[in-house]
Design a protein. Structure first.
Lengths: 213, 691
């Protein structure tokens, strides 16, 4: 069981790096969708027996992150008629290196953070933190609105992994609420990006600076 | 309990009354009428509550069921600190009376202030916040818990901000709003510190008198004077006051000046009542601060040419007088001289009422002028008494009252203070008596100086605005205001006269409040025993009779003079004759024009010049060229010494360096996410290092 879990988490980490290194937004959406679907399986593996909350969390995560959200995003990507992130703040290769470095540092230092001993796998905490960091890197370095949405998704995936530690402590309602928030948020952003695109003929969030005051 | 229920009903009526204005279309007058009806109802309910509180014991069986207990309430609430603890005591009641009366009258006045057409957006902001302002002031006064007090205090400050800046089209209004906002929050910060310290000292936020001496009593007192002084407008802390009052709608200025400033006074009195043992320097501090505030306030008032600014400075002066009364009372408590307490605090509380009455009347009346003339510059006004005699008469009553001339209420209040200050001359106290007595004696002189300067200031104001002939076309636009504006003013003027002629009516509740502040006062002592006031009624009658005779004489004289002039004009009417032939006292001017009149600035110039070392007037004149200069300029203004000469330069200096920090605000989400990331990592590292 734990081997399977660790393998899954490693795949998640690798997918992180893929997401960082790909300039085609469609591919990044697919990568994040696969990541989300894989994460949906984790609740079933963390504990010895399959409980109802874990099952519901798994189904909801796979349904939303693996299918619904990517579908919405691909739709809005088609409507927006853009293909790739043209000039990220940090280049693709440097951002892969940055992500890899962050992952390495987190893996090195996660033992010092404590709490790892109680977890089913000692990979959960480092995987979650490094996924969060990758989410941050995506958010900071990409300028297209859709790429930023992907950054938020990866960020949430990291939080979701962390939540696996606590799936019995955190009420199911909270977890579901989180997912619902995410879903609605992305739904809204996708609609808005469409409208922004129509109104300003650009999806570059740098153009939105004039709203700062 | 019934009294408290009525007070709560009043608070609810005030707070909710303005809300319909937000919803109902501003094209109809329904919203504003509803708001006025609600606040009138609130005012009446509140005053009824106070009446029940005052006469409750004698009202008989009808209320016994409803009363059922003391006028206090203590409920737990969800907040982690404090509790919802309210109570009504004589001190609160004295301050509550103007809180209920003045806003109610002001909302009636507001009905006539602007027409529906002029209103539009302003009402949506003004009505709700005006109501909330009144409600929160009442809540401040009944709160007996530090946390509840602070909440109510902050709501009051914010409501006043929104109400005062509701006409926010002008830059000047917005600037005044900013200065107010900053000043009030610095004050609130001091109060936060004070209540936290109080909590640390006594173990709870409950505002109950402490037993014995508190270790940090001195710091508490200083924080209270600073925090509440910002609201009241004690002299170096008054910076927000002139501009905010000048730029607010007139009923808001009236409520702010007449009522809200007094809540600062209430705060100081309340905090002092919590610490029954006071060292001598507390009283001396307040006495000196009061004298400085009074003299400087009225001196700045003389230099202003903006009517409402001038009235605002005069409010500062009156706060000074009240602070002097409080100082005397504190000295009395230190020296165990109950007559100082009775006269000092009695005078202070009496003056709180008086100032609420005549200053709101002055602001309402000046609002009538300013609204019609569309200018606040008194050098552009003039001759309004002929166009709006009722308005002029009401303004005159209030001016006389504020100058403390008998038989009006201002006199009765200051008379008590004079008597009290003179009583400090017989040095009989212990300890602090020897130091405090000379201070108090000097304070009497300061009070006299304030009084004489006030007379000069208001002669100048009344003369420049109401007498003479109009100095500009704007002054000619002034007309008698509508009945909705005149009725509240007439009620206020009548109250001024009533309290002046029968001051003993006011002294009954005020004495109860003084007793609740200093419970050690012996039972037999009363203000009426030490300060004879029986003669105010006969004096008032005599003065009224004299005034009436004078008025009749003037009228018949004028009629005769006009008849003579008419016959002379008829006899000299010849082709080519100069119309308006020079009279006997025209100093040889054949064609006098309104611009040759003394202006307010020229009237005040001598005093401003005399006090130049305090006022630092600005201005100058061009050098006249030739024997018959075609044009010549002269400018004079008195900017606020603290705000414009001390604070603004510092702020501007900072303003030229601090924008560099704005680099961090790029408006790009990425940067903000980066900041979040940096902070998160820093926290992680920090917690890791800690572990």
């Amino acid at each position: 069981m734990i081997e399977l879990l660790n393998a899954l988490l490693v795949i998640v980490l690798v997918l992180n790096l893929f997401a960082l290194g790909n300039s085609r937004i469609l591919s990044v959406i697919r990568i994040v969708a696969v990541q989300g679907a894989l994460l949906g399986v984790i609740p079933l593996l963390v504990h010895e027996r399959i409980t109802t909350p874990a099952l519901i969390a798994a189904v909801a995560a796979i349904g939303l992150k693996g299918i619904a959200i990517p579908a919405i995003m691909i739709r809005s990507l088609r409507a927006a008629e853009i293909k790739r992130e043209v000039e990220p703040l940090v280049g693709l290769l440097p951002s892969i290196i940055l992500g890899a470095l962050a992952t390495a540092v987190v893996l090195l230092f996660s033992r010092k953070l404590g709490a790892a001993s109680e977890a089913a796998s000692n990979m959960i905490i480092p995987a979650s933190i490094s996924t969060v960091l990758v989410g941050f890197i995506l958010l900071i370095t990409r300028f297209k609105a859709l790429s930023q949405v992907l950054g938020y998704l990866v960020l949430e995936n990291g939080i979701f992994i962390f939540g696996m530690l606590l799936i019995e402590a955190i009420p199911l309602v909270v977890e579901m609420g989180l997912l619902l928030d995410l879903f609605v948020g992305i739904f809204v952003i996708s609609i808005i990006t469409n409208h922004i695109n129509q109104a300003f003929s650009s999806m570059d969030t740098r153009e939105l600076v004039s709203l700062k005051e | 309990m019934l009294s408290l229920i009525l007070v709560f009903a009043a608070i609810a009526a005030f707070a909710l009354g303005g809300l319909p204005s937000c919803i109902i279309s501003p094209r109809t007058s329904a919203g504003r009428v509803l708001a006025a009806v609600f606040s009138l109802a609130g005012g009446l309910l509140g005053l009824a509550g106070l009446a029940v509180f005052a006469f409750g014991s004698s009202l008989g069986e009808a209320f016994t069921l409803a009363q059922g207990g003391p006028a206090s309430l203590d409920l737990a609430w969800v907040l982690p600190w404090g509790s919802f603890s309210v109570a009504l005591d004589p001190l609160s009641a004295v301050f509550l009376a103007p809180v209920f009366a003045i806003p109610a009258l002001g909302s009636l006045y507001g009905l006539g202030y602007r027409s529906d057409r002029e209103d539009r957006g302003v009402r949506r902001l003004l009505d709700p916040f005006y109501g909330i302002l009144a409600a929160s002031m009442a809540l401040v006064l009944i709160a007996r818990d530090g946390v509840l007090f602070l909440i109510a205090w902050e709501v009051m400050a914010m409501a006043a901000f929104f109400a005062a800046t509701s006409e926010d089209e002008g830059d000047e209004v917005r600037r005044a709003g900013w200065v107010y906002l900053i000043a009030t929050h610095i004050g609130t910060l001091c109060l936060f510190a004070m209540f936290s310290l109080w909590n640390a000292e006594t173990g709870s936020f409950a505002l109950l008198p402490s037993q014995g001496i508190l270790a940090s009593g001195g710091i508490l007192f200083v924080l209270a004077v600073a925090g509440f002084g910002f609201k009241a407008g004690l002299m170096p802390l008054h910076v927000w006051l002139p501009a905010a009052h000048a730029n607010a709608p007139s009923q808001v200025s009236g409520v702010m000046s007449g009522v809200m400033l007094k809540l600062g006074i209430y705060g100081i009195i309340r905090v002092c009542s919590l610490m029954p043992i006071a060292p001598a320097w507390w009283g001396t501090t307040l006495l000196v601060a009061g004298a400085v505030t009074g003299i400087a306030g009225i001196a700045f008032a003389i230099g202003q040419s903006d009517i409402k600014r001038m009235l605002a400075y005069s409010s500062i002066e009156n706060i000074g007088i009240i602070a002097m009364g409080m100082g005397l009372a504190l000295l009395g408590r230190t020296n165990e001289r109950w007559d100082w307490i009775l006269l000092g605090l009695g005078a202070a509380l009496f003056h709180v009422w008086n100032h609420a009455l005549f200053k709101s009347l002055l602001f309402f009346a000046s609002g009538g002028v300013v609204h019609a003339a569309e200018t606040r510059d008194m050098d552009a006004l003039g001759g309004i008494a002929r166009r709006a005699p009722a308005l002029a008469g009401l303004f005159l009553v209030a001016s006389l009252a504020i100058c403390a001339l008998p038989p009006l209420n201002g006199f009765a209040g200051e008379w008590l203070l004079y008597l009290g200050l003179f009583r400090t001359l017989d040095i009989g106290g212990v300890g602090g008596g020897i130091i405090s007595a000379p201070v108090a004696a000097v304070a009497a002189v300061a009070l006299a100086l304030i009084g004489s300067l006030a007379v000069a200031a208001f002669v100048r104001l009344y003369g420049a605005v109401f007498l003479g002939s109009p100095r500009s076309g704007q002054a000619e636009m002034v007309h008698e205001p509508r009945a909705a504006m005149l009725i509240p003013m007439a009620i206020l003027a009548a109250a001024c006269l009533a309290l002046g002629v029968f001051p003993r009516i006011a002294l009954i509740p005020i004495e109860a409040a003084v007793r609740s502040w200093a419970p050690t006062i012996p039972a037999g002592a009363s203000i009426a025993n030490i300060a004879s006031l029986w003669w105010t009624a006969p004096l008032g009658t005599v003065l009224a009779a004299i005034a009436l005779t004078m008025a009749l004489l003037t009228r018949s004289f004028r009629r005769r003079a006009r008849g003579a002039a008419a016959t002379r004009a008829a006899s000299t009417a010849a082709p080519g004759a100069i119309s308006g032939a020079p009279g006997t006292w025209d100093c040889g001017y054949a064609r006098p024009t309104p611009r040759m009149q003394y202006t307010g600035s020229s009237f005040g110039a001598s005093i401003v010049h005399m006090l130049a070392f305090v006022l630092w007037p600005r201005g100058g004149r061009e050098k006249a060229k030739g024997f018959f200069p075609a044009s010549w300029r002269h400018e004079a203004s008195v900017p606020d010494a603290i705000l414009d000469r001390a604070i603004m330069p510092v702020v501007e200096w900072g303003g030229s360096y601090l924008p560099r920090i704005r680099v961090f605000q790029r408006g790009q989400t990425h940067m903000y996410v980066l900041y979040v990331l940096i902070i998160t990592i820093a926290l992680l590292v920090f917690s890791w290092m800690g572990a």
